[in-house]
Ligand binder design. Structure first.
Ligand code: FAD
Length: 493
C-alpha cells in the first residue's frame, strides 16, 4: 500500500497515507477508541517522567481480533507500534518516541478474566487486566496469585509478562515467566498464536512462550495468558530486622532460608538513605527504627515475610523464634514483629514507598541489578568507595529483593545539586562503574525492569556478542519490517 502508485509529492503522499491509516483505524475501533492530538497526552510520558514522546495516535482495542486487525493495518501502512499496558515500566519501553509517527496500542480495554480453573490451579486473563484484579479474582476463588509489586494497582498482566516482572515473592514463587503456563499472542503480521495451554508439561517443539515473555513488545503483542495459581496460605506474618552491614543481611538471609525453608516468601532490604527519603516525603509512614542523623549511616532494615500453611499463631511463633535465634547469633541488632494486619501493611508500605519518595526527590541514576548473593556485600562495599571518589556526596538509595540477589542500586544527586545537572554530568560515568563491577562479578545489568530505551546501549555493550547476534536474528526473522516497538531492547543499527 505504501509502495508506488501515488501521483503526489512525497510529503503530500505521506499525509494522505496517514489520513487513510487513521480513517481505517476509526472504521475498525470506532472514533472514540482512536485518540488523536492532545487526547494522547496521558499516554506519552513514562511513569518516571524521564521520556516524553509524541504519538501518531492511541488505539484502544477491546478484543484480540481487533488487536490483530490493527497490527495487520500497521504492517500494511508500515506504521510502527508501541504496545502499552499500565505504563508503569521504568525503562521507557512503553513510551512512543518524539517523531509523532508511532502508534501507541494500549491494551487496557482488553481486560476480561476469561476463566478460573480451581482443579487445574490456573486463571486465564486478558493482557489489559490490572495485576490487582487478577490477584482479587484468584482470592475470590480461594486461591493465590503470587506476583506482587508496588505498581500492582495499575500495571497489567500483559506488561508484567512483556517485562518478565519480578516483585516481592520471587524467592518463593518465581517471576512472571515462572507463573505463566500459556499465552495468546498477535504476531507482527497480525496473525494470532493461540497457545493458552494450561499444562505443567508440554515438550512440543520450541517453547514460544519463553520467547515472548520478557521481549518488551518487540516480537509480538501478548493479548491473554493462562497463569499458575497456588493454594492460599493460612497466614502471612512479617517482621522488620535491623542489620549493621550488607554482609549481616546476607548472613541473615542464609539463616532464614535454612530455618524457614519454603515458608520464607519475602526478604527485602532498605538502606538508611532510602528510609530517610521516605521519612522526608511521607512522614506519616511509621518507621519502626529511629533514623540516625548521619546522612550516610550504614544500617539496613530487612523486611522478612513468612507464609504458613497451619495458622496465624504458628506463623508468628516461627518468625519470633527465628528473630530470637538471629539476635543470639548477632545476625541482627534489633527487630519488630508486626502483630496486626495494619502493622504488616505499614511495613510493606514503608518498603513500597521508596520508589515514590525517590520520584518526589527528583530523577536519579537507576540501576536494577542482580548478582550472585555471595557477591553482593563485596559489591556494595566496592561501590560505596568508588562512587564517593567520583562524585562526593552522591546519595546511594539501595533497596530491593535481596532474596533474589536483586538490588535497586540508585544514585541520587548530592543534597542541593539539581537532578538534571547531576544526571548530565555523572550518569555515563556512574553507569560504567556500576555495570563494570556487576559484569566482573557475573551479575546482570537488568534483573526485572527490562532494557526498554534506557539500557539498550548498555545491552549492546555488555551482552555476550554471540547472544546479541542471535537476538538480532530472532528479531529480524519474526519482525522483518521492524514495526514492533523499534529502538527498544536492541539498538536500531
Ligand atoms: P508498560 O509500562 O505499559 O509496558 C512495559 C513494556 O512492556 C513496554 O516495553 C511495552 O511496550 C510492553 N508491553 C506492555 N504490554 C504489552 C503487551 N500486552 N504485549 C507486548 N508488550 C507489552 N517491576 C518489577 O519487575 N518488580 C517490581 O518490584 C516493580 N516495582 C515497581 C514499583 C513502582 C512504583 C513502579 C512504578 C514500577 C515498578 N516495576 C516493577 C516496573 C513495572 O511496574 C513493571 O515493569 C510492570 O510489569 C509493567 O507493566 P505495565 O502494564 O505498566 O507495562
Amino acid at each position: 500500500m505504501c509502495a508506488g502508485g501515488w501521483a503526489l509529492n512525497p510529503f503530500k503522499r505521506h499525509r494522505v497515507m496517514i489520513h487513510s491509516f487513521i480513517q481505517a483505524l476509526r472504521d475498525l475501533l470506532g472514533e472514540s477508541h482512536v485518540l488523536l492530538g492532545t487526547d494522547c497526552a496521558g499516554f506519552e510520558t513514562d511513569w518516571r517522567k524521564r521520556y516524553q514522546g509524541k504519538a501518531l495516535a492511541v488505539a484502544l482495542p477491546h478484543s484480540t481480533e481487533q488487536v490483530a486487525a490493527i497490527v495487520a493495518l500497521c504492517a500494511q501502512y508500515e506504521v510502527s507500534i508501541v504496545p502499552q499496558g499500565g505504563h508503569t515500566g521504568l525503562v521507557g519501553g512503553g513510551t512512543p518516541n518524539a517523531t509523532g509517527q508511532q502508534l501507541v496500542l494500549n491494551l487496557t480495554r482488553l481486560n476480561r478474566i476469561r476463566s478460573i480453573d480451581p482443579e487445574n490451579l490456573c486463571i486465564t486473563a486478558e493482557a489489559g487486566c490490572i495485576l490487582q484484579t487478577v490477584q482479587d479474582a484468584a482470592r475470590a476463588a480461594g486461591l493465590h496469585f503470587p506476583l506482587s509489586l508496588a505498581a500492582e494497582g495499575s500495571c497489567t498482566i500483559g506488561g508484567n509478562l512483556a517485562t518478565n516482572a519480578g516483585g516481592t515473592q520471587v524467592l518463593r514463587f518465581g517471576n512472571a515467566r515462572d507463573l505463566c503456563l500459556g499465552l495468546e499472542v498477535v504476531t507482527p503480521q497480525g496473525e494470532i498464536v493461540q497457545a493458552l495451554k494450561a499444562l505443567r508439561k508440554d515438550n512440543t517443539g520450541y517453547d514460544l512462550r519463553h520467547l515472548y515473555i520478557g521481549s518488551e513488545g518487540t516480537l509480538g503483542i501478548i493479548t491473554a495468558a493462562t497463569l499458575k495459581l497456588s493454594p492460599q496460605p493460612a497466614a502471612t506474618v512479617c517482621a522488620l530486622a535491623l542489620c549493621t552491614s550488607m554482609q549481616q543481611c546476607v548472613d541473615l538471609l542464609h539463616f532464614s532460608r535454612q530455618n524457614l525453608h519454603s515458608t520464607l516468601t519475602g526478604f527485602e532490604v532498605m538502606n538508611h538513605t532510602a528510609r530517610r527519603l521516605v521519612q522526608q516525603h511521607f512522614a506519616q509512614i511509621a518507621q519502626p527504627f529511629r533514623l540516625s542523623t548521619q546522612p550516610q549511616s550504614d544500617d539496613w532494615a530487612v523486611l522478612i515475610e513468612l507464609s504458613d500453611e497451619e495458622s496465624q499463631a504458628h506463623a508468628e511463633a516461627r518468625l519470633e523464634a527465628l528473630l530470637s535465634s538471629a539476635l543470639d547469633r548477632n545476625l541482627i541488632d534489633d527487630a519488630v514483629l508486626a502483630s496486626s494486619m495494619a502493622q504488616v501493611k505499614n511495613l510493606w508500605h514503608l518498603r513500597e514507598s521508596i520508589p515514590l519518595a525517590q520520584a518526589v526527590e527528583g530523577l536519579n541514576i537507576k540501576h536494577d541489578i542482580a548478582l550472585p548473593i555471595s557477591q553482593i556485600a563485596a559489591f556494595v562495599e566496592q561501590m560505596k568507595v568508588e562512587i564517593e571518589q567520583h562524585c562526593p556526596g552522591a546519595r546511594l538509595v539501595t533497596f530491593g529483593h535481596l532474596g533474589d540477589g536483586n538490588l535497586h542500586y540508585n544514585v541520587q544527586a548530592p543534597v542541593g545539586v539539581a537532578a538534571a545537572e547531576f544526571l548530565t554530568q555523572f550518569e555515563p560515568r556512574i553507569n560504567r562503574l556500576v555495570y563494570d563491577a556487576v559484569t566482573q562479578r557475573q551479575g546482570t545489568i537488568s534483573a526485572e525492569h527490562g532494557i526498554g530505551q534506557l539500557k539498550r546501549q548498555e545491552l549492546a555493550q555488555y551482552a555476550n556478542p554471540v547472544a546479541l547476534s542471535v537476538m538480532k536474528k530472532i528479531k529480524a526473522a519474526l519482525d522483518p519490517q521492524g514495526i514492533m516497538n523499534p529502538g527498544r531492547v536492541l539498538t536500531n543499527d
